[in-house]
Design a protein around this ligand. Structure first.
Ligand code: ATP
Ligand code: MG
Length: 418
C-alpha cells in the first residue's frame, strides 16, 4: 500500500517531464497569439456545479465522479472536467462586465473514476480553452483553428478533426423525439444502458460502442435534417470559415458528445489509426445555455479540452537526449573541494548548470559520476593542480584538455560556458 500509487493515478517521472513541459510551453505560446489568458481555478467544487452543468444522465455524473461529503457536511467533488469551474469563476467574478468576449485557458488534473487502461486514467490532465461571449460562427472558427494549429505545431501525425452540429434547444427536441421513436422500435437490439437512454438521453445511443447498438442505429435519423434555419446557417458559416483557413475536417453525424451542455457546433480531434474507445485526443463544442444555467447572464460559450496523456502518446519521438550539466567539478581533497563548490555556486548564480561531487572520493570515481551525469565538461582539480594554481578543463566529447589558472576561474568559466 505504502509504496504503490492509487490505481489509475500515475506519477510523471523526471525523465518524462520534458515532454509535458514542451506541450505546456507550446500551448502557452499559441494561446497567447490567439489572445487567450490563463485562469487557475480550484480542483474541488460544490458537487451541484457538475451535476447541474454536465447533466445527471451523463456518464461522468452517473458513474465517474469523485464526490464526497467533507467533514463539515458539504458536498464536494474533485473536478472531472474544466469548463464548469471556469464558467463558475466567470460568473462569480463578473468577467462579462469587463469585456464583451472573454478568452481563457487552463491546464491541470481532472478526476474520473473509470476503468483504468491505456489512455484512460482516474487522474488525468487536460489543457482547455474557452471563449465566453461570442455567438458568431467566427468564434467557432477561431477555436477550431487554435486546436488545429496546436496539433500541427506539435507535429502530431495521424489525427483528424471531426465536426458536427447538435442543433439548439429549439430544434433538438424534435430530433430527440424522432430518435426516441426510432430507438424504441429497435429496443431489443440495444444494450441495457441504451434501453435506459431512450428515455433519458437518446442521443447517447448514437455513440455507444456496443456492437448491437451500432447495428441498430446505423440508419438512425440524421440531426442535420432537423436543424432549424439559424443552426443550419451557423454550421454552414463555420464550415466556410474552416475552408477559408485551409483547415481540414470531416463531418461526423454521429458525434454527440457525452455532456449535456453542448449546442450547435461540436468537434473532436481523433486518432485515425484507432477505432472506438480512447481515440479522441481533444473534444469540445458550443454551450450557449451553460452560463445562464449556472446563474450568470445569458452568455454564449464555446471551448475544448485536450487530454494531455493521450496527446503525449502521439508526439513524434524526439531524438535529442536529455542535456546534462554544463560543468561537473571533480576535486580531490578538502581545500580543492571547497574551491570546487564555490566555482559551481558562482556558475549557478550566472545561470550556468554546474554540479560538483558531494562525496569527494577518488578522482577516478568522480570522473565516472561526471560521465554518468552527462556533463559536457569537467573541471579537474587534483592535488598537483592545486599546488600549481590551475584547474584542468576537459571537454567530455572531444577529450581535449586545457589548463586554466584558478585565480578568477569562475569568471573565465562563465564566459566559456554560457
Ligand atoms: P472518452 O470518450 O474517451 O471517455 P470523453 O468524451 O469522456 O472521452 P471529454 O470529457 O470530452 O472526454 O474530455 C476531453 C478529453 O480528455 C478526451 O478527448 C481525452 O483526451 C481526455 N480524457 C477524458 N477522460 C480521460 C481519462 N479518463 N483518462 C485520460 N484522458 C481522458
Ligand atoms: Mg469518458
Amino acid at each position: 500500500m505504502l509504496t504503490k500509487a492509487i490505481k489509475g493515478v500515475k506519477d510523471i517521472l523526471p525523465q518524462d517531464v520534458a515532454r509535458w513541459q514542451a506541450v505546456e510551453r507550446a500551448a502557452r505560446e499559441l494561446f497567447k497569439v490567439y489572445g487567450f489568458s490563463e485562469v487557475r481555478v480550484p480542483i474541488i467544487e460544490h458537487t451541484v456545479l457538475f451535476t447541474r452543468s454536465i447533466g445527471t444522465t451523463s456518464d461522468i455524473v452517473e458513474k465517474e465522479m469523485y464526490a464526497f461529503t467533507d467533514r463539515g457536511g458539504d458536498e464536494i467533488t474533485l473536478r472531472p472536467e474544466g469548463t464548469a469551474g471556469v464558467v463558475r469563476a466567470f460568473v462569480e467574478h463578473k468577467m462579462y462586465a469587463t469585456n464583451p468576449i472573454t478568452k481563457i485557458f487552463y491546464m491541470g488534473p481532472m478526476f474520473r473514476r473509470e476503468r483504468p487502461q491505456a489512455g484512460r486514467l482516474r487522474q488525468f490532465h487536460q489543457i482547455g480553452a474557452e471563449v465566453l461571449g461570442g455567438a458568431e460562427p467566427s468564434v467557432d472558427v477561431d477555436v477550431l483553428a487554435l486546436l488545429y494549429d496546436f496539433f500541427q505545431r506539435l507535429g502530431v501525425q495521424g489525427v483528424a478533426l471531426q465536426i458536427n452540429s447538435l442543433g439548439c434547444k429549439d430544434c433538438r427536441p424534435r430530433y430527440r423525439e424522432a430518435l426516441k421513436s426510432f430507438l424504441d422500435a429497435r429496443r431489443d437490439m440495444l444494450c441495457e444502458d441504451c434501453q435506459r437512454r431512450i428515455e433519458t438521453n437518446p442521443l447517447r445511443a448514437l455513440d455507444c460502442k456496443a456492437a448491437g447498438c451500432k447495428v441498430a442505429t446505423a440508419d438512425a435519423p440524421d440531426m442535420s435534417e432537423y436543424l432549424d434555419d439559424g443552426c443550419r446557417d451557423h454550421f454552414a458559416a463555420v464550415r466556410q470559415g474552416l475552408d477559408d483557413l485551409g483547415i481540414v475536417y470531416s463531418i461526423n453525424k454521429r458525434m454527440v458528445r457525452g455532456l449535456d451542455y453542448y449546442s450547435r457546433t461540436t468537434f473532436e480531434m481523433v486518432a485515425t489509426d484507432k477505432a472506438g474507445a480512447q481515440n479522441a485526443v481533444a473534444a469540445g463544442g458550443r454551450y450557449d445555455g451553460l452560463v445562464e444555467e449556472l446563474g450568470g447572464p445569458s452568455t454564449p460559450g464555446i471551448g475544448f479540452a485536450m487530454g494531455v496523456e493521450r496527446l503525449i502518446l502521439m508526439l513524434p519521438e524526439d531524438g535529442t537526449p536529455a542535456p546534462g550539466p554544463a560543468l561537473f567539478v571533480a576535486a580531490l581533497g578538502d581545500e580543492a573541494q571547497r574551491l570546487g563548490r564555490r566555482v559551481a555556486h558562482g556558475l549557478r548564480k550566472s545561470g550556468v548548470w554546474a554540479e560538483y561531487d558531494y562525496a569527494g572520493a577518488s578522482l577516478k570515481s568522480q570522473m565516472k559520476k561526471a560521465d554518468r551525469s552527462g556533463a559536457s565538461r569537467v573541471l579537474i582539480i587534483g592535488e598537483d593542480e592545486l599546488a600549481k594554481g590551475v584547474g584542468i578543463l576537459r571537454d567530455m566529447k572531444t577529450k581535449e584538455q586545457a589548463e586554466l589558472p584558478l585565480e578568477g576561474i569562475t569568471g573565465e568559466l562563465v564566459k566559456r560556458l554560457s
